[in-house]
Design a protein around this ligand. Structure first.
Ligand code: NAP
Length: 898
């Protein structure tokens, strides 16, 4: 639609000088605003949509630069709410151009007759909550303003361009363009000397096309980005066939996937593949030309582990070197400063090959920063470039910028949103902000938004909000507001989720790092689209948990609380286990339970490679005991850690904690010898304890034979294995050795008492249950023996024990006895450190490569072991060496909460 026509209609809408009264006002007429309007209307709400632009389109209205396309395949980047709409529109290409996407949005607006409720060319200048009226008052730049019950920001995540931040922009006498505000009339670049500043997605899409037109193109690059060939063309037959074979199923799968596009979850880890197999996978993904594919389908550790990620990054850099003929340019174009995917990778068409053209120059701003823009061009600190045109592809004040741009937003008690967000956005679910009743955001900071297929996320938000508004109307509530508790809980959950991916490690617009002075932090939700949807549904299922609703008659409803207290990956594991509807382990009998554990362990990710794994036997008190030895790949001899597996003295064996032993062996750089002690009910108390002690003594005596460092050993154990490790330390002290340099107790059993709070709070629902613990105790030890320190070490003498690192998990029945043991050790003068792992469960740390948020805890365990062993350096969370000040005191004793 021509702008003039739109403007005429918009002014008709505002010719009335009375304040417009509506149920709901929406800012933004892009993908989000249009669907919102459609749904609100269908639900019977009077609605007005406001947009500064001359027509529908949102970000697609403004971003008209040459080469602008979507980077999610268009069959996925489409509305899914109406099957008839889906069959009424056919995309012409795999990645549609901006004009085609804009035509699509126009088509949608026409089909549902949306334009009549949109006021184009209208800017909101202020929004103020009127507590008495329980309405938002909007001041706009044309007309008398708007009064609405609810105010919804559908302003998009990437719609407010950031300022150029380079001195002298106003001095330039040539033409200046911003990719994010490209003119509607044709921009003629033929025969001109053009500069592009910025090599993000916008620059990378525009550069090849500008190079074809311009006499000369100079690209000013500050940070190189990863770009992949889009291989554009018709939509790929396999994806179309997948969609068309079951359209509803495909869409539903997208809604529950991690990124909003249905691709299977990868379960193979990089270390399980040979170089050739990795390359084959990579080449296949490269040929697919799909961001979600290459970001998720190579190997399971590519997105969350720096080592797995580095393998992809290097394969891409190889592609860059193979394409760009000038080695200096190739080096400058190769990203090294961020993990692949931590910054949005770009989809390109001939981007790298463009640098082989004679009319293209790359200026590496890391070597020669821009000094200023002058009347005639750009001056770096080495040279000057005469230019006719400068194109700024310098990006956006992302996620918060567009919301802040319609400031001031003043909430309850005169609270200003910019003040509340001064240190970074705080939201509940990315949907609402405490202190701002009846204000919602679509794909706001704190929701998956830009880390997902935006359309899937938009539809989810819109549906959730409209359903809530309709429910409020039915129940007579007039206001809804997030509570502070819920919001603080969400912030914590966001921080927990940010540990699942590598986004936190890069300076990007995801983290606010691209805008000088902006608060830093991962702004989008990194926990995935499906898990996020489940959480939003759970909020509703739990009576609008974390929202306060009020009605005119003084009625209130507020189920306050935090929606997710578990670590995000722990939540996924527990949900998965709950869905399996397993019978309680204690009902399986010992043989059945052992078979179950074997089956369960067979399905977990294989542990990572270590230098050497050796199986052997050692003499116990009553015959041979099996062991498995894990040796680091680094030169020895290494200190030895004697390890005792978990399993309630009944289950498991020397191999059953294999991934955990491998991980700690790698991180600590020590030999781990996992001992196959004997089990109940065949061998009841004190067999396991005595086996543990005997094995430790033998290993200490034969350290050199085992390839280890002679001298004191260390002990470690998880769960019942933690019990055996603790007992071994007491026995070694009392029976004349061996010397033990330190003990690592992970969620240990320390006392046969079941009245501590954690036994009740975490009795069920966290895999290790109270009744399972009762069963273990019954099989292992008769009640009369349970006060013996060889099964309840908390009841023993604690003076003179080796230094300890005690790990407890918040959602573990054993939590409080672990804490009690650490406190008692401390009281007895034993140096002790505690790691109280927030949001974790009993198995968090042994589920290596499943519970990713356990990584930092295991890194700390390894650090503690190294310290106990007197090793001079420690290793960082991801295995990298981190020098520590050898003169610095060890970390403060006690109670670091993770
Ligand atoms: P961007 O990714 O933030 O890239 C901006 C570029 O400008 C970066 O290379 C940045 O360098 C550079 N820059 C910024 N300020 C600068 C300065 N003062 N001096 C020199 N260089 C400067 O922005 P974008 O390219 O517009 O893309 C933003 C996001 O929009 C994308 O990540 C994507 O999600 C979306 N988008 C998608 C598509 C698509 O393919 N569908 C197209 C365009 C945009 P530094 O990295 O050093 O800061």
């Amino acid at each position: 639609m021509p702008d003039a026509a739109v403007a005429a209609r918009a002014s008709e809408a505002t010719s009335d000088n009375t304040v417009q009264q509506v149920d709901i006002a929406v800012v933004g007429a892009g993908f989000a605003g249009l669907y919102l309007l459609h749904r609100l209307r269908k639900a019977g709400f009077t609605t007005v949509v406001l947009d500064e632009a001359g027509d529908v389109g949102g970000t697609w209205y403004w971003n008209r630069y040459p080469g602008a396309r979507c980077d999610i395949q268009t069959i996925d980047y489409s509305y899914t709410f109406d099957p008839e709409l889906e069959s009424a529109w056919k995309w012409s290409e795999k990645y549609a151009t901006q004009p085609e996407i804009l035509r699509y949005l126009g088509f949608v607006a026409d089909r549902y007759d949306l334009r009549r409720d949109i006021r184009f060319g209208t800017r909101v200048k202020a929004a103020t909550w009127d507590q008495a009226a329980e309405r938002w008052r909007l001041t706009i730049d044309r007309g008398a303003g708007i009064s609405c019950r609810h105010y919804i920001m559908a302003t998009g995540c990437l719609s407010t361009p950031k300022p150029p931040e380079i001195d002298g922009v106003n001095d330039f006498k040539g033409e200046i363009y911003f990719t994010g505000r490209w003119p509607h009339e044709e921009v003629k670049l033929a025969g001109k000397r053009v500069a592009v500043i910025g090599t993000g997605s916008s620059g990378i899409q525009a550069i090849p096309l500008i190079a074809e037109q311009a006499a000369h193109l100079t690209v000013f690059q500050r940070t190189p980005n990863f770009a992949l060939p889009a291989h554009n063309g018709p939509a790929p037959a396999d994806r179309v066939a997948l969609l068309e074979s079951d359209r509803a199923g495909y869409r539903e799968q997208a809604r529950w996937s991690l990124a909003g596009v249905p691709w299977p979850q990868n379960t193979v880890f990089s270390w399980q593949l040979s170089d050739a197999e990795r390359r084959e996978r990579f080449e296949k993904a490269w040929a697919t030309g799909d961001l979600v594919c290459i970001l998720t389908q190579l190997w399971a550790d590519q997105g969350g582990d720096p080592d797995g990620n580095a393998l992809v990054a290097e394969l891409i850099r190889e592609k860059i070197r193979a394409t760009v003929k000038d080695p200096e340019a190739a080096a400058a174009l190769s990203p090294y400063d961020h993990p692949f995917g931590a910054k949005r990778p770009c989809l390109d068409t001939n981007y790298y090959a463009t640098y082989n053209r004679a009319n293209v120059t790359l200026v590496n701003l890391r070597q020669e920063p821009i000094k200023s823009i002058t009347a005639t061009g750009i001056t770096t600190d080495r040279r000057s470039f005469d230019l006719d045109v400068i194109v700024f592809a310098t990006g956006f004040d992302a996620m918060t910028g567009a919301i802040m741009a319609v400031h001031p937003i003043t909430g309850r008690g005169g609270k200003s949103l910019s003040a509340v967000w001064a240190n970074g956005p705080q939201t509940y679910l990315g949907l609402a902000v405490s202190g701002f009743p009846n204000l919602f955001m679509i794909t706001g900071p704190g929701s998956p938004s830009v880390l997902s297929n935006m359309i899937v996320s938009i539809e989810q938000h819109v549906d959730w909000i409209v359903d809530r508004l309709a429910a409020m109307r039915e129940t007579g509530f007039t206001t809804i507001e997030a509570t502070e508790t819920a919001q603080a809980g969400w912030e914590r959950h966001m921080a927990d989720c940010s540990m699942l991916t590598l986004h936190r490690l890069a300076n990007t617009w995801y983290t606010g790092a691209n805008v000088p002075g902006k608060a830093r932090g991962v702004m989008p939700y990194t926990g995935g689209v499906g898990p996020y949807r489940a959480i939003c549904n759970e909020v509703v299922g739990r009576g609008m948990l974390g929202f306060r609703l009020t009605g005119p008659d003084g009625r209130q409803q507020c189920n306050d609380g935090e929606i997710v207290r578990l670590q995000p990956d722990v939540r996924l594991v527990l949900n998965m286990l709950a869905e399996m509807k397993l019978p309680p382990i204690e009902t399986m009998g010992a043989a059945g339970a052992r078979a179950f554990v074997a089956q369960f362990n067979a399905a977990r990710p294989a542990g990572r490679p270590v230098g050497d794994v050796v199986d052997g036997t050692l003499p116990g008190t009553d015959g041979l005991l099996p062991y498995r030895l894990y040796r680091p790949a680094t030169p020895g001899p290494h200190p030895i850690v004697v390890y005792f597996h978990g399993g309630g003295w009944v289950l498991g064996d020397e191999q059953s904690d294999d991934p955990f032993c491998r991980d700690l062996c790698r991180r600590s750089g020590m030999i781990f010898v996992s001992v196959g002690y004997r089990h109940a009910p065949e061998h009841r108390f004190p067999t396991a304890a005595e086996d543990g002690y005997a094995a430790t003594r033998w290993i200490a005596q034969h350290a050199a034979e085992l390839g280890g460092r002679p001298g004191p050993v260390l002990v470690a154990g998880w769960s019942a294995g933690g019990n055996i490790a603790a007992v071994t330390c007491q026995l070694a002290r009392d029976r004349g050795g061996p010397e033990i340099a330190g003990q690592l107790l992970v969620c240990p059993v320390t006392d046969a008492t079941f009245d501590r709070s954690s036994y009740n709070e975490n009795a069920e629902g966290y895999f290790l249950t109270r009744s399972l613990m009762y069963w273990f105790w019954d099989l292992y030890c008769s009640p009369a023996d349970r006060t013996d320190p060889r099964c309840s070490p908390l009841r023993g003498k604690l003076q003179g024990l080796p230094p300890a690192f005690v790990v407890t998990a918040e959602f573990d029945p054993l939590r409080d006895e672990g804490i009690a043991y650490a406190e008692a050790l401390g009281a007895a003068g034993v140096p002790v450190e505690q790691l109280m792992a927030r949001g974790h469960f009993h198995s968090s740390f042994t589920m290596v490569d499943v519970v990713i948020t356990g990584v930092s805890g295991r890194a700390r365990m390894a650090e503690a072991l190294r310290r106990f062993a007197g090793l001079p350096q420690t290793m960082g969370p991801c295995g990298e060496d981190v020098r520590r000040d050898r003169n610095a005191p060890p970390p403060a004793v006690n109670a670091a909460a993770e």
